[in-house]
Design a protein. Structure first.
Length: 120
């Protein structure tokens, strides 16, 4: 039987890595970047339904306008459903009138605005 020498830190057995380390690592990565990280400050997401967006250039224009707001944490736009999701920085707010004006200035109409509370 040939001996294999390993110099360096001990290696985890393959079965241990797959069963225990990987799920814990994935679970911890899922928490990174979460809007409410247990800091006690409420956070919200605003969902806007918009008429008139038909192409990626429309999406870029709307996204650029909304990202320009200081209270915006993140923006996601689904062109096929014409939905804009805006994550608001914890402890800050964005007024509906402000969003309506931004979207109108970009050349589109807001059909609906929903506020979703993300705090636990």
């Amino acid at each position: 039987m040939k001996k294999i020498f390993h110099y360096g830190p001990p290696l985890l057995p393959v079965w241990l890595g797959r069963r225990f380390v990987v799920p814990i690592l994935l679970a911890s990565l899922a928490c990174i970047g979460s809007p409410s990280m247990g800091n006690g400050v409420s956070s919200e997401r605003i969902d806007l339904t918009i008429n008139g967006m038909v192409c990626s250039f429309c999406v870029q224009g709307v996204e650029r306008k909304i990202r320009g707001l200081p209270a915006t944490q993140n923006v996601k736009i689904d062109l096929s459903k014409r939905i804009v999701q805006v994550w608001v920085r914890p402890g800050e707010t964005i007024q509906d009138d402000q969003l309506r004006k931004l979207i109108r200035d970009a050349g589109f109409d807001v059909r609906e605005i929903k506020h979703i509370n993300l705090s636990p």
